[in-house]
Design a protein around this ligand. Structure first.
Ligand code: 13P
Length: 302
């Protein structure tokens, strides 16, 4: 199945009441693990990279590796650039094979957020089936270069959501609703379900215009995830969870094989640990076995 844009997959998810895992990867082992896990479960997949690892490995290298791994698989897969506040870097990633980019203008004034998000949208749509995610309100915590203190986080104003979506032209919409990047500082983070429901009704109540994205997947309780999926959350971003899985597995392997100098075996242990976590998320999000439906929906433009 070909590499496709995220909008196609997420429209199917939003229409049929499941969500798709969008997994942040920082290296090739993680990328292989999430692709292998999703393929085994016939789950549509979004692989995403934050700006720092993308610059470190180079978008050209990531996109080429992703295509080589994903193209022959029996699942639709998308490569997404996560939280990028640099318009030119968004364009570069779109040029070299990313099928989706997130321009993050959430810290900007409303009008400036719309203006710059729109610039990325026009560029990406002009290049074909490349879709764009935009954010309104701010998600607290740390995600790569994006740092927002809890006290500074500002939730998305439902009344401005449709205006943002329509004027920016985004394909996917990430409203801040109280979820946070990284490990939650409290056991019961305050998630504004009512706000999320209202936004879903305003933006997608008369047909899916821009599927809703939930940031900060790590640490959300299963019942919270399920409720957000039921309310219309179509893409769940998961990053920290996979970083912990990777690093803990490597640490554990090296600690117990201190005299063995075989990097391949460390990779196998790390990969296995990441696959386990992706499996967990596929179960929770209900996207296992959904590969056929999500790849068949036609793109919204072209
Ligand atoms: P977590 O690191 O909390 O899973 O958040 C991931 C995310 O939202 C990436 O955009």
């Amino acid at each position: 199945m070909p590499v496709v844009s995220a909008k196609r997959m997420l429209t199917d998810a939003a229409t049929h009441g499941y969500a798709i895992g969008a997994f942040n990867v920082t290296n090739i082992i993680q990328m292989e693990a999430v692709i292998e896990a999703a393929a085994a479960r016939r789950a549509p997949l979004i692989v995403q990279t934050s700006v720092t690892p993308t610059k470190f490995l180079r978008p050209e290298v990531i996109a080429a590796a992703f295509r080589a791994m994903a193209e022959t698989l029996p699942i639709p897969a998308c490569l997404h650039l996560d939280h990028c506040d640099d318009v030119e870097f968004c364009k570069r990633c779109a040029d070299v094979g990313y099928t989706n980019v997130m321009y993050d203008g959430s810290k900007l004034e409303f009008e400036e957020n719309i203006r710059l998000t729109r610039e990325v949208v026009e560029y990406c749509h002009g290049r074909g089936d490349i879709t764009v995610e935009g954010e309104l309100g701010t998600v607290s915590g740390v995600e790569d270069q994006v740092r927002v203190a809890e006290t500074e986080a500002e939730l998305c104003d439902p009344a401005r959501s449709l205006e943002f979506v329509e004027r920016s032209g985004v394909d996917l919409f990430a409203p801040a609703i109280g979820t946070a990047h990284g490990v939650y500082t409290t056991e019961n983070p305050k998630i504004d379900f009512d706000r999320f429901e209202k936004i879903q009704e305003i933006v997608n109540g008369r047909g899916i215009v821009a599927p809703l994205i939930v940031h900060g997947g790590t640490g959300l309780k299963p019942e919270v995830v399920k409720r957000l999926v039921a309310l219309g959350g179509a893409k769940f971003n998961v990053s920290t969870d996979l970083k912990y899985a990777l690093i803990d597995a490597i640490y554990e392997y090296i600690s117990t094989h201190r005299n063995e100098y075989n990097p391949g075996k460390i990779d196998v242990a790390a990969k296995r640990a990441v696959i386990e976590r992706v499996d967990y998320w596929i179960d929770l999000l209900g996207c296992g076995g959904r590969a056929e439906g999500s790849g068949a929906i036609q793109p919204p433009f072209q």
